[in-house]
Design a protein around this ligand. Structure first.
Ligand code: MG
Length: 453
């Protein structure tokens, strides 16, 4: 058996002989057969790191604040060394659990923890058919956990591995929603009082559906009693009204954001965005669905309002063409949906080339682990824009010690090696998964036509 230290021995021997790099050059361009006889031996250390191996990949399903969260724990052959990642696709949580426990655990067992890119690529293609939300989320859980492990091994927070801080903290936006314009404005005031500079305004959540009572299809007995109804003109009028009233009350000293959730037909969407332009939105999100990407060019010709897009994209590749054509200004990525830190960093860096900034998805169904991953990227990429941040109940902070914290509208990560977040598994087990509520996605027009959320 060959010595595992043969490369080191060779270098030391050359140095001792004073041959160093000259001998190396001879090896490369001179006597190949001679050089290969010394340099083709396998070495247990790849890239200078100890060959720590994955021993287990397992899912943890918990709902500490009523939303099913899927967390991946990657265990290693080093005592006490493990990593955590977010794999939360809450609408199909159990399916992701199956992908993790039945496919990724056997796939990753015995693989090295340090070859993150190689691991990602091999797992990504391992199903042959790829780019779906279930498999991307499962893979994200492992990917984030491997970054967490690498940070712990290096003794550095993950943002250091990604290039180091470009900013002292992460500027966030909060969600101000209410069933009347007055309620929305009171909520904006609440966030302003907390120190937020960026606030998203929504009348009745998405699409003002609470204002569309007793539609004709329900009177006719069509659909299900719990279905919700979207009336485009009610939503459009209400949204213009809250922008107008928010600017009248708060002046120009606050950034106002809005998520259209792709709920209007293209020309109606363009018309609404043109009408809120005078109130200077920070961005308008998802004016069209990914299926309607062709309408963005028409929108750009009509208005200068910044646009955010991408939350519903499955593949990192979907960002490229509309980005290169300057069709949007902010990259929306649900970090687990796209496959983890590895692909999210690639899209973020791509954005730098086109002067497009990041605005990662960060509601309650991004787990606290996912929020930590978001923030480590936010700290490190130059073209950071803003970070969406939900408000979390105490249970989230108890189940996930070290979760990022808020102060005056800025998010701070836990300054320890890795992602800085842990999970109390005993406590997590006290919050078993809940039955998924389909109501959120069950949306119809007034004649009962299914409408996308
Ligand atoms: Mg959105």
């Amino acid at each position: 058996m060959k010595s595992p230290h043969s490369q080191f021995d060779r270098r030391s021997a050359l140095k001792a002989l004073g041959l160093g790099s000259a001998a190396g050059a001879l090896g490369a361009f001179g006597n190949q057969a001679h050089a290969n006889s010394h340099e083709s031996e396998p070495h247990p250390k790849v890239g200078g790191m100890d060959p720590v191996k994955i021993t287990k990949v397992r899912s943890i399903l918990t709902a500490p604040y009523g939303i099913n969260l899927v967390i991946v724990k990657v265990e290693t052959d080093q005592p006490g060394l493990y990593g955590l990642g977010c794999a939360t696709f809450t609408q199909r949580a159990h399916t992701v659990v199956s992908a993790i426990d039945e496919y990724l655990d056997p796939f990753f067992k015995g693989k090295r923890v340090n070859t993150i890119e190689d691991n990602w690529q091999m797992a990504y293609q391992s199903s042959y058919w790829r780019n779906g939300p279930v498999l991307n989320n499962a893979l994200s859980g492992v990917d984030q956990a491997l970054w967490d492990i690498k940070g712990k091994m290096a003794g550095m927070p993950v943002y250091e591995l990604l290039g180091g801080k470009c900013r002292f903290a992460v500027d966030a936006y909060g969600h101000a929603s209410g069933n009347t314009p007055e309620e929305v404005l009171e909520r904006v005031q609440w966030f302003k009082d907390k120190g937020y500079r960026n606030i998203r305004i929504q009348l009745g959540g998405y699409g003002s559906t609470h204002l569309s009572d007793n539609p004709p299809y329900k009177k006719a007995g069509f659909g299900d009693p719990d279905d919700r109804t979207m009336t485009p003109q009610i939503y459009k009028r209400g949204t213009i009204e809250i922008f107008k009233k928010a600017r009248e009350r708060f002046g120009d000293d606050v950034e106002l954001l809005h998520d259209m959730h792709e709920r209007l037909q293209p020309m109606e969407a363009i018309d609404m965005i043109r009408k809120v332009e005078e109130y200077r939105p920070f961005f308008i999100e998802d004016p069209f669905s990914p299926e309607n990407i062709g309408w963005f060019k028409r929108l750009r010709e009509q208005t200068n309002v910044p646009i955010a897009m991408g939350e519903l994209f499955n593949s990192p590749h979907e960002f490229l063409i509309p980005m290169s054509e300057r069709l949007y200004d902010y990259i929306r990525i649900h970090i687990s949906q796209i496959g983890g830190i590895t692909p999210a960093m690639k899209v973020a860096r791509l954005g730098e080339w086109f002067n497009v900034r990041t605005a990662w998805h960060g509601p309650g169904d991004t787990s606290p682990v996912g929020h930590a991953a978001n923030c480590h990227i936010d700290l490190a990429v130059w073209n950071f824009g803003v970070q969406e941040m939900g408000l979390f109940k105490d249970a989230a902070y108890e189940v996930f010690p070290g979760m990022p914290t808020m102060k005056e509208g800025f998010i701070y990560v836990n300054e320890v090696p890795g992602l800085g977040i842990d999970i109390d598994e005993k406590l997590a087990a006290k919050y078993p998964p809940v039955v998924y509520n389909y109501n959120w996605t069950q949306l119809r027009g007034i004649d009962g036509t299914p409408t996308r959320p």
